[in-house]
Ligand binder design. Structure first.
Ligand SMILES: Cc1cc2nc3c(=O)[nH]c(=O)nc-3n(C[C@H](O)[C@H](O)[C@H](O)COP(=O)(O)OP(=O)(O)OC[C@H]3O[C@@H](n4cnc5c(N)ncnc54)[C@H](O)[C@@H]3O)c2cc1C
Ligand code: FES
Length: 313
């Protein structure tokens, strides 16, 4: 049976055990969120031995060369020695610049990292609270323009990170973990094509960054933003979006409540086969958007989606 070493701890585990489960089974607290290779909350570093990795492409080559792996995607097939991600040693320190409620449920967090962080619109980061809770959140700020890193946290339901975030105050510290890009981005080649940005809840955060990136790059095609919220009071960026629309004639904003969604989606018609769609939010909403776009005739290759997978139980 393979031996799993973590610091001074030695665990004997069943062959082909899931690495994250084996660590938890041995009482070693490795954080996780999605269990799907998406959030990167479960990073561990292999210092000796190699696990069987189901998603090697989920990490970039330089991270892999340093030995980093996603514990949720690995199986222990041989003796293995690992180090867990230590936010104090491996994370980037950041100070909370401001925490502002944009609606009853959405908290805007602005962070000032101790060192400049290079990122692009549409990426997300793992945030670590002081108490060691790690969760992925999307960047809503515009790289190179906003001096802070901005996040929009859905605090509607109680959760380990949301509960900690409600208590945050300016000056508090957080740590930044892995920076990652999903499907959402803006490509300079898209400049003349119609762009649809469909967001549910705080799925608006990365799309707001992509929208501002598109406008910064003088996007000339029509841009349509649809924001779905539980009710009208939760269109938390309504004013900011209206201000952008007032100064950009190509931008159209539609704010929909859950009750209005079915009728609005039924009306959705493609005006151009060149349309590109970027979707983000809860998996159910993203699936609903994607299905409707497919029925409207938009090829899957023109749809880019990131889902906010909730914490796996
Ligand atoms: C790539 C990515 C980017 C993301 N970006 C954002 C973003 O920008 N903004 C954002 O708001 N979210 C985002 N999310 C989602 C966010 O990371 C998750 O919702 C995260 O789980 C919230 O952490 P939490 O600690 O507050 O809640 P968790 O403790 O993780 O709980 C998650 C949910 O499960 C419920 N829950 C808790 N315990 C139980 C239980 N025992 N049984 C059943 N349900 C329970 C909670 O009420 C909560 O709603 C993103 C997710 C991913 C994967
Ligand atoms: S990538 Fe492993 S828990 Fe999300």
């Amino acid at each position: 049976m393979p031996e799993l070493r973590v610091g001074e701890r030695r665990l004997v585990v069943e062959p082909a055990s899931n690495l994250l489960d084996a660590l938890h089974g041995g009482g070693i607290a490795v954080p996780y969120s999605c269990r799907a290779g998406s959030c990167h909350a479960c990073l561990v570093r292999c210092v000796r031995g190699e696990p069987l990795d189901a998603k090697p492409d989920a990490l970039d080559e330089s991270r892999r060369e340093q030995g980093w792996r996603l514990a949720c995607q690995c199986r222990v097939v041989d003796d293995l020695q690992i180090e867990v991600f230590d936010p104090l040693r491996d994370g980037l320190p950041a100070r909370i610049d401001s925490c502002t409620w944009l609606s009853a449920q959405v908290l805007r967090l602005r962070l000032l990292p101790q060192q400049a962080l290079r990122y692009r619109a549409g990426q997300h980061l793992v945030l670590w609270s002081e108490s060691g809770v790690a969760r992925p959140y999307s960047l809503a700020s515009l790289p190179g323009e906003d001096p802070w890193l901005e996040f929009h946290l859905d605090c509607r339901l109680s959760g380990a990170f949301s509960d900690a975030a409600r208590q945050f105050k300016p000056g508090d510290s957080v740590r930044l973990g892995e920076l990652r890009g999903g499907a959402l981005h803006y490509d300079a080649d898209w400049q003349t094509r119609p762009l649809w940005l469909l967001a549910a809840g705080t799925g608006l955060a990365p799309l707001y960054a992509v929208l501002r990136e598109a406008l910064r790059q003088d996007h000339r095609g029509a841009i349509r933003v649809i924001h779905l919220a539980h009710d009208r009071t939760e269109h938390y960026l309504a004013d900011a979006l209206a201000a952008l629309a007032a100064s950009h004639a190509q931008l159209q904003i539609e704010l929909l409540s859950a009750a209005e969604l079915p009728a609005a989606l039924a009306e959705l018609r493609l005006v151009s086969r060149q349309t590109l769609a970027l979707l983000c939010g809860h998996p159910d909403s993203v699936e609903t958007f994607a299905r409707r776009l497919y029925l409207a005739g938009l090829p899957r290759s023109q749809v880019f989606a990131d889902v906010f997978l909730p914490h796996a139980r």
